[in-house]
Write a protein that binds this ligand. Structure first.
Ligand code: AMP
Length: 371
């Protein structure tokens, strides 16, 4: 529980939150901030920025525009972000003018797969075997050690399966490394997982931690398709998943919401173990179900955390299935809106391009009754 007597500086209703990035996550953060009586200022270079519709104020400027960044940070009480690839220099400038939460260490760790894996290993958290790859020679040697199949991933800027390639045999090393642009990479052992799960966890300014229930995630074309809340996994594994997520936010001295993606790997006919795949230092697509199935959503939880408010109760009052609406799937909005028991969330994006996240729907079920 949060300690209300802790001497922390809270941002009271009326305060201003700066959100770097103008996508749907920023949009939903701004909506939650408004519900708590807080104002938001969104900073984003894009013309079509869904978060600008729901924020109190917006700035359209580049992430390298030092003057605009300084003005933006001076206009708010705290800065947060809705994407992890915030350039280090951008974060440094912002941090000179306002507190940035989550902090720059979390950002630097989560935006570089090698730093992230080294950090997780140093915390004793199990992950897939990996190797640092700077050239083809490293890759050939690492393939020998880790074995095929394996996955080569760029250290930076990968998302939704982009910036990664599966290697079925060592002979594919050179072409794989070239096709990723010969940039610094990590090689990961391929995990024959049984399930992919994630935990959305929050840590408050006073150090309190609250984790939502682990959910099962199913991907389509490398993009999250559905999250099932809760994941049908043994209670001990669910507890372990929360404990891992909790350890990560404590070790990083983190403030805000984080998504922790994990693989469930069968060990024997009866037992499985968890390996962390990656962490996202922000609200997470696999936490969208909390908007309708919990008293406090992941978005409100993040706003509470970065403003020094007590964290909300992460307990779910319903089971839920979240389905992303990708590209043209959002054209079915009328049929979806007429289905009882379905909550429709649309992001206000003008063009339904292939692979673009246009919205999501949450279907609720009584506790213990999800399909
Ligand atoms: P990532 O960008 O690291 O989240 O990877 C995207 C997706 O690729 C994951 O959700 C998995 O479905 C798959 N994947 C990533 N890494 C591995 C791995 N080491 N073994 C098996 N599948 C993986």
């Amino acid at each position: 529980m949060s300690d209300l007597t802790a001497t922390i500086s809270r941002i009271a209703p009326g305060g201003r939150i700066g959100i770097l990035g103008g996508g749907q996550l920023g949009r939903m953060l701004a909506m939650s901030a408004a519900e708590l009586g807080l104002r938001t200022h969104v900073y984003c270079p894009d013309l079509d920025a869904p978060a600008m519709d729901t924020a109190s104020r917006s700035t359209r400027a580049g992430y390298d525009d030092a003057e605009a960044l300084a003005r933006f940070a001076d206009s708010v009480d705290v800065v947060t972000y809705e994407f992890e690839n915030v350039p280090a220099e951008t974060a440094r400038i912002l941090a000179e003018h306002a507190p940035i939460r989550p902090g720059v260490r979390a950002l630097a760790t989560a935006q570089d797969r090698l730093l992230e894996k080294n950090f997780l290993t140093s915390c004793g958290i199990p992950i897939a075997p990996f190797a640092d790859i700077t050239g083809v020679n490293d890759l050939t040697a690492a393939m020998g050690r880790i074995g095929a199949p394996a996955i080569l991933k760029t250290r930076r800027m990968g998302y939704d399966g982009k910036g990664q390639i599966k290697l079925d045999e060592a002979g594919e090393s050179e072409s794989a490394f070239s096709s990723l642009g010969k940039v610094p990479c990590v090689l990961e052992g391929f995990i024959p997982f049984e399930l992919e799960i994630s935990v959305v966890v929050a840590r408050g300014l006073d150090g309190a931690v609250a984790a939502f229930d682990p959910v099962e995630n199913v991907h389509k074309n490398h993009i999250l398709d559905r999250s099932f809340a809760p994941a049908f996994i043994p209670a001990a594994l669910a507890g372990e998943a929360r404990a891992i997520a909790t350890k990560i936010v404590i070790e990083l001295d983190y403030v805000g919401v984080m998504g922790v993606e994990m693989f469930l790997l069968p060990e024997s006919a009866k037992t499985s173990r968890l390996l962390v795949n990656e962490i996202a230092p922000r609200v997470h697509n696999s936490g969208h179900w909390t908007m309708d199935a919990c008293a406090v959503s992941q978005f409100e939880q993040h706003i509470r955390a970065i403003c020094g408010w007590p964290l909300g109760d992460p307990a779910r009052h319903s089971d839920a299935v979240m389905t992303n609406l990708i590209g043209a799937e959002a054209n079915d909005w009328l049929a979806l809106a007429s289905r009882p028991g379905l909550s429709v969330h649309l992001y206000g994006k003008s063009e339904a391009r292939d692979g673009r996240k246009m919205g999501h729907v949450n279907e609720l079920f009584p506790l213990g009754k999800r399909p």
